[in-house]
Write a protein that binds this ligand. Structure first.
Ligand code: B12
Ligand code: SF4
Length: 514
């Protein structure tokens, strides 16, 4: 079969003006097994190419695929543009089968198929094995009922096959790196060519606002040596110098994480990494933070989320302000840049709350502050708990953590924006930090600091302009319950489970956190 993978033209300031564009790992992971099975696969990166819908349709006509597949890492906010694209493709080439995958479609599969006649099949959960079977079934005219993990239109109904068991053997599928036509188009943090890789999938923690745990169902990891081999290959073959670890929680099993770090450090490659790591694991790994540095871990995204002990407890972060403080300090000692993720909107903040947050974040003294807005994804327990809260942002493309979604009691949207932007500005230009910027002697570190200052400033200004000229809020907020709940006709949707859902795997409940 001819398969066109389209990275949709979902554009963010973070990618376009900030850290840089990344390869669409999800699509590459789906594409690798298809190539190996003998299909003709092409990647059209409409995000990186900033392609409009007309141009995408032209490219589709040129390649003449049997199937077009799309999905995006920023899954929820990318949904509207994915639908726009599928509709245009359906209009121009009605014979093509449109397949959609990723996190948002996984949790809204039935709704999407009911509302969008241009979508034919949704792949739920991990894509590799399901896509392979799906394409094989389509090529051989087999019924889709035989393929686990898909939702599709069956006559006038929507049918869902049972969930697919999660992939145990990562090495059974490879990433389709050859689908990247021009590596120079993917560069991050001013460090040269960039790629994303995954050491593990899943997370054993239970933060209420995050659905990643359920998406991957259980924590699994790759062979550390094979991952190091792949990274070395990316460096030697494509001169990749910067790698983002796409893991939710790569440090879950300390022994395996340490093996990976040792393996990478022993190879002495001039590559750097960004990873998302919990504060509790940084503190746990105090004795091997030198190894982190030797392996090239340069940036760590620390999910601080809140400086309020009460909020940290309520969102079930499983951390504490003491841990966050200690982790930020340890990273500074080891000269690893910390990016503290701080989320506003878990409660109805006041100006005083922002002042307290500022003072506490200054005590942590992390390198960067990334302030985000809480976003209530339907598949999280946080959304359940927030049913009665009012939503002021009904445009899904703005559900990207960079826009306010919940109505606030004490602050109007422009006041909240000012509070958030003032927090970021004040944090980054405080005297202690400016002094570090001006006195950094090490050329590499000095360059990184200035590169980041320039790019984060541009994004900071861009977000204010976007708020002023491209953001509107509904005048009639509605409750989350109403938005997510059974709209008219929604509950009548005939979803037919072809087979009953697979039994839960015992590993699901395994807790590696100790
Ligand atoms: C790395 C990453 C980034 C990187 C790179 C993104 C990229 N271009 O690939 C950066 C830092 C740029 C980034 C930015 C953003 N991100 Co981000 N990011 C991640 C992260 C850490 C990993 C994503 C990843 O690569 N996973 C690994 C791949 C293999 O998984 P996958 O994409 O889901 O694909 C699998 C399946 O979903 C499925 N699949 C996926 N697509 C398709 C398509 C088809 C056709 C099929 C069949 C199957 C399929 O098969 C794949 C293989 O099994 C996740 C958090 C996490 N740990 O998951 C957040 C995450 C994906 N990001 C998120 C968001 C919101 C964003 C931003 C919108 C934030 C912003 N406002 O700037 C932007 C989007 C900008 C952009 N242009 O990408 C959210 C998405 C929320 C949601 N579910 O809707 C996540 C889940 C974070 C979170 N915890 O909420 N992100
Ligand atoms: S630790 Fe991170 S990935 Fe795990 S549940 Fe919490 S927010 Fe989600």
């Amino acid at each position: 079969m001819r398969v066109l993978l389209v990275n949709p033209p979902y554009l963010t300031l973070t990618a376009s003006l900030g850290v840089g564009h990344q390869v669409p790992l999800g699509l590459l992971m789906v594409g690798g097994p298809l190539i190996d099975a003998g299909h003709q696969v092409k990647l059209l990166d409409a995000e990186r190419g900033h392609l409009g819908i007309h141009r995408i349709v032209r490219e589709v006509r040129k390649f003449q695929p049997d199937i077009v597949m799309t999905g995006h890492a920023g899954s929820t906010p990318a949904h509207p543009v994915c639908m726009k694209m599928f509709r245009a493709i359906r209009n121009a080439c009605p014979e093509i089968i449109n397949v959609y995958g990723g996190v948002y479609p996984t949790y809204h599969a039935a709704d999407i198929l009911r509302d969008e006649s241009s979508v034919d099949v949704i792949v739920r959960g991990e894509g590799e094995a399901t896509t392979l079977e799906l394409v094989d079934a389509l090529a051989n005219g087999r019924e889709l009922e035989s393929v686990d993990g898909v939702t599709f239109r069956s006559g006038l109904d929507v049918a869902a096959t049972r969930d697919r068991a999660s992939i145990r053997e990562f090495e059974a599928h490879r990433t389709g790196w050859e689908l990247i036509e021009d590596w120079d188009r993917y560069r991050c943090f001013g460090l040269g060519r960039a790629a994303i890789v995954q050491f593990s999938r899943g997370c054993p923690h239970q933060c209420s606002y995050c659905g990643q745990r359920d998406f991957w169902t259980q924590w699994r990891h790759r062979d550390p040596v094979k991952l190091a081999d792949e990274i070395e290959w990316l460096y030697r073959t494509h001169n990749v110098r910067f790698l983002t670890l796409a893991d939710e929680n790569p440090t879950t099993l300390r022994s395996e994480w340490q093996r990976f770090l040792e393996e990478i450090a022993s190879r002495n490659l001039p590559v750097y990494f960004l990873a998302t790591i919990r504060a509790t694991d940084i503190v746990r790994d105090e004795d091997i933070l030198r190894l982190y540095r030797e392996a090239g871990i340069l940036y760590i995204l620390l999910g601080i989320e809140s400086t309020s002990p009460e909020v940290i407890r309520r969102i079930r972060k499983g951390s504490s302000v003491q841990m966050d403080y200690r982790a930020s300090r340890l990273l500074r000692e080891h000269r690893i840049y910390s990016i503290m993720g701080h989320i506003v909107g878990f409660e109805d903040e006041t100006r005083a709350d922002f002042r307290t947050a500022y003072e506490q974040l200054c005590l942590y003294d992390g390198d960067y502050l990334n302030a985000m807005y809480v976003t209530p994804h339907r598949w999280t327990s946080f959304a359940d708990e927030s049913r009665s809260r009012q939503i002021v942002q009904l445009d899904l493309s703005k559900w990207d953590y960079r826009h306010q979604v919940f109505k606030q009691k004490h602050l109007r949207p422009w006041q909240l924006l000012l509070a958030v932007k003032w927090l970021e500005l004040r944090y980054h230009v405080r005297p202690k930090r400016m002094l570090r910027l001006l006195t950094e002697r090490h050329p590499f570190r000095r360059r990184q600091l200035w590169w980041n200052l320039l790019h984060t400033s541009v994004v900071w200004c861009g977000e204010i302009l976007a708020f002023l000229f491209a953001t509107s809020f509904t005048k009639r907020p509605i409750s989350l319950e109403k938005l997510h709940g059974d709209g008219p006709g929604r509950s009548d949707l005939p979803v037919l489970p072809v087979v009953s859902p697979a039994e839960k795997d015992p590993v699901l409940t395994q807790d590696f956190s100790s």
